[in-house]
Design a protein around this ligand. Structure first.
Ligand SMILES: Nc1ncnc2c1ncn2[C@@H]1O[C@H](COP(=O)(O)OP(=O)(O)OP(=O)(O)O)[C@@H](O)[C@H]1O
Ligand SMILES: [Mg+2]
Length: 365
């Protein structure tokens, strides 16, 4: 059932109508002051044209609604719902932190109050100012709450997708490494039966092949099952990363893991996601770089975790010839974003690739 939320101004002795006129009259000045303040604080929300435009439309709507509140007009909960919803989704998908929107909100509130106070009639009371402030705050909180809900919903959907991707990867490995070997076994057992009576030596050859392939399939199944059972949380990141090396790095490539700081400072869910990010960076180095040396470094303090994977391979040129975008780099960035951090893949042509991950911890947020 479609609900309607009503927001009313409480009875006071002040003159809300007059205050509404003052607020409405300085709307354009407020928007100008707001943009100037956002530039002063170097808000990343100004960097993209789409976000810049959204800020303006949203700020205008906040003031219009605040004017409406002062005039005693009811606010329908579904009025403008789509704007706040779109803003929430686009901020989450452009990887803006939620705190940037709150920082912008504070600037809008301060700009509006500053300009209203300047334009107040000489007989205005503290009650008048309080009433305008309350109307702006309500109007803003109303929109922030809506945008916040869709921002979170979008992030939850991304978490779900990244778990689905992980399941897809395991299913692909089961198919490629185990099911394909079993198909070879099945086919060669058939050939063995056909050749057994007429060509004994070729039949024996098929049997030897079947033995070899069965052993490989068994090893792959064990590796995959160990990977699924592996608990980064129980083992710790240093051990989990060190165990990963013999499983995926070829013997002729040198690989090192170094961990500085106390891992116990890192919450379990951060450890899990960091492991998946670093594993993809390592897989990429192994699959694409032709490196002789790969280094994984991790350092942590109570405020943040910093991790990097370096390889001395051939590097690559994103968007250049021969570059084929996959899902790995995108997934690493998404996972880091979900933790409120960043992941940069920095290829240096001919000089290898550096993947840098930064995640703030509770005390650093
Ligand atoms: N360390 C690296 N050295 C050289 N090239 C790299 C490196 N990491 C990534 N690349 C290049 O970037 C491309 C995209 O990497 P990405 O991980 O997104 O996809 P992928 O590894 O090809 O496939 P998948 O979706 O299975 O991860 C790779 O195909 C490769 O060309
Ligand atoms: Mg990859």
């Amino acid at each position: 059932m479609k609900q309607t939320e009503m927001i009313h101004v409480e009875e006071t002795t002040a003159r809300p109508e007059q205050m509404a006129d003052v607020l409405e009259g300085c709307c354009e000045d407020i928007l100008e002051e707001y943009e100037r303040r956002l530039r002063d604080i170097d808000s990343p929300l100004l960097a993209e044209a789409e976000t810049r435009e959204q800020l303006k439309v949203q700020a205008r709507a906040v003031i219009r609604d605040a004017v409406g509140i002062l005039r005693g007009q009811p606010l329908s909960a579904y009025q403008e719902d789509s704007l706040s919803r779109r803003i929430g989704i686009s901020r989450a998908s452009s990887r803006f932190r939620a705190s940037e929107s709150l920082r912008a909100g504070v600037q809008l509130f301060d700009s509006a109050l500053l300009l209203v106070v300047e334009k107040l009639p000489p007989d205005a009371s503290q009650g008048d100012v309080a009433q305008v402030a309350s109307a702006i705050q309500r109007s803003m909180m109303y929109r922030i709450a809506r945008a916040w809900a869709s921002y979170n919903e979008h992030l939850l959907r991304q978490v779900h997708e990244s778990h689905t991707d992980e399941r897809r990867r395991i299913s692909r490995e089961l198919h490629d490494r185990v099911a394909n070997s079993l198909a070879v076994v099945h086919q060669n057992l058939g050939l063995y039966e056909t050749l057994r009576d007429g060509n004994r030596s070729r039949a024996e050859e098929k049997l030897r092949l079947v033995r070899g392939v069965t052993q490989d399939a068994l090893a792959s199944a064990r590796e995959l099952s160990a990977e699924l059972r592996r608990s980064v949380v129980r083992e710790g990141l240093e051990v989990a990363l060190s165990n990963l090396i013999p499983a995926i790095v070829p013997r002729n490539t040198q690989a090192l893991v170094s961990v500085k700081g106390d891992e116990a400072l890192i919450p379990d869910y951060v450890k899990d996601e960091l492991f998946l990010i670093l594993r993809e960076a390592l897989r990429n180095a192994v699959a694409h770089s032709k490196a002789n040396q790969i280094r994984i470094e991790l350092s942590t303090d109570p405020c943040q975790v910093y991790a990097a994977v370096f390889d001395d391979g051939q590097g690559f040129n994103p968007g250049g010839k021969g570059f084929a975008p996959g899902t790995g780099i995108e997934a690493m960035k998404e996972r880091a974003h979900l933790l409120g951090g960043t992941c940069d893949v920095l290829p240096e042509s001919g000089a290898g690739t550096r993947v840098e991950v930064w995640v703030p911890l509770e005390r650093g947020r």
